[in-house]
Design a binder for this molecule. Structure first.
Ligand SMILES: Cc1cc2nc3c(=O)[nH]c(=O)nc-3n(C[C@H](O)[C@H](O)[C@H](O)COP(=O)(O)OP(=O)(O)OC[C@H]3O[C@@H](n4cnc5c(N)ncnc54)[C@H](O)[C@@H]3O)c2cc1C
Length: 356
């Protein structure tokens, strides 16, 4: 296996050269890697462009994966190893796209380091973003110590670092922060947050059953495989679920205080907490909007690109994984395999007219 070159962050065939490929894949998360591996196994030459300095995407930074509760690194690590070792895949790390489009040579991607890659098809697998927690300022993210997002909690658990200065005894999860709102975030359900909060609530409770763990929700939506069972297990283990988002996270006597209304019992609550975890919504990253613009891809109703399976409204441009909208890892992987098949068909048989 040839590791990524430290100097120019390129690995795989044709290292160090810009050049002609069959496909250019943008985004080295689980979807981009899966599509690259599938196409490489069919004999196609792939250039995989990743803006950060490592492959793996969001899943590479998470701790424990639902529903099997496996370490994410156990799933991502071997996949990264296979990608870096595949002779048909050229990996370009730390590569910011400066220009993307179509000319006589097909699709081209130019990067700020001066490289240019071309291909007969492009796959966009750039994932999604979280709504900034500052969208709901009364929850005090960035202002009050002990208030963090669900993603920040996952990253701390994954890195094995302490969750806070003191060992947290009382932890409150707040759901739908910047989700299902017309004014301060995105209007749709972000689909993953309920199960993710439950997963982490359960892990914290398992680690120390004496902990006071509460989830504040609008509705609990656990539709994925194994998620309802996890929800049941969390309730059995003593995680408390209260319907009603808080109106304020404040401080009293040196501790956080979460205030709101239990909308089932019609009672006000005040919950002292050492840690408040905000499950922020998921949205199309602003940088994707730029890509969509340059590639002339139409936008769907939720701001994500309009997709017909993997096809977009631009010929030869395909989508894989959560760039289409919130989805878990197994779904992103399946979606990327389906995308690879569509791209293979496009390369072998030529373009097909996109149909709704
Ligand atoms: C807090 C949280 C917890 C989660 N927990 C679970 C779980 O337990 N189980 C589960 O199945 N799923 C979970 N998920 C969902 C999981 O993270 C996604 O399903 C998965 O990451 C989707 O993979 P992807 O490749 O589509 O996108 P990503 O993982 O986001 O990868 C996209 C990649 O594209 C790169 N990129 C973006 N823009 C560009 C650009 N312009 N140029 C080059 N590269 C670019 C990014 O750097 C990134 O590496 C969780 C999500 C969150 C937010």
């Amino acid at each position: 296996m040839k590791p990524a070159d430290d100097k120019d962050n390129v690995s795989g065939m044709g290292c160090g050269e810009g050049g002609r490929n069959d496909i250019v894949v943008i985004g080295g998360g689980i979807a981009g890697m899966t599509a690259s591996l599938a196409l490489a196994s069919l004999g196609h030459k792939v250039a995989l462009i990743e803006k950060s300095d490592k492959l793996g995407g969001r899943a590479g930074r998470l701790g424990t994966m639902l529903p099997q509760m496996l370490r994410c690194s156990e799933i991502i690590g071997p996949m990264v190893f296979r990608v870096l070792g595949d002779r048909n895949i050229k990996v370009l790390l730390s590569s910011e796209i400066s220009s993307i489009g179509r000319d006589d040579s097909g699709h081209f991607v130019e990067m700020d380091n001066g490289r240019r890659e071309t291909g007969s098809a492009i796959i966009i697998a750039t994932g999604l973003d979280t709504v900034p927690a500052g969208a709901v300022p009364e929850y005090g993210h960035g202002l009050r110590k002990g208030v963090m997002t669900l993603e920040e909690l996952e990253e701390r658990i994954a890195s094995g670092g302490p969750l806070s200065d003191e060992v947290p005894r009382a932890i409150v999860f707040v759901q739908c922060v910047g989700s299902r709102t017309e004014r301060r975030g995105v209007p749709y359900c972000s689909a993953l947050c309920c199960a993710n909060a439950i997963k982490n609530a359960l892990l914290l409770k398992r680690e120390d059953p004496g902990r006071d763990v509460t989830v504040l929700y609008i509705d609990i939506r656990t539709t994925g495989k194994g998620q309802e069972e996890l929800y049941r297990e969390a309730r059995r283990s003593g995680v408390r679920f209260i319907r009603g988002q808080p109106s304020l996270v404040t401080e009293r006597e040196g501790r956080l205080l979460v205030c709101g209304e239990n909308t089932l019992l019609r009672e006000l609550y005040e919950l002292p907490a050492d840690l408040v975890v905000l499950a922020t919504g998921l949205r199309q990253p602003p940088s994707n909007l730029l890509l969509m613009d340059e590639l002339e891809i139409a936008e769907g109703t939720t701001g994500f690109p309009l997709a017909f399976g993997s096809h977009t409204t631009a010929e030869g441009v395909f989508l894989a994984g959560s760039v289409k909208g919130p989805m878990d890892m197994p779904t992103a992987e399946r979606d990327a395999r389906a995308c690879a098949l569509d791209v293979h068909e496009h390369l072998v048989k030529g373009p097909r007219t996109a149909s709704p």
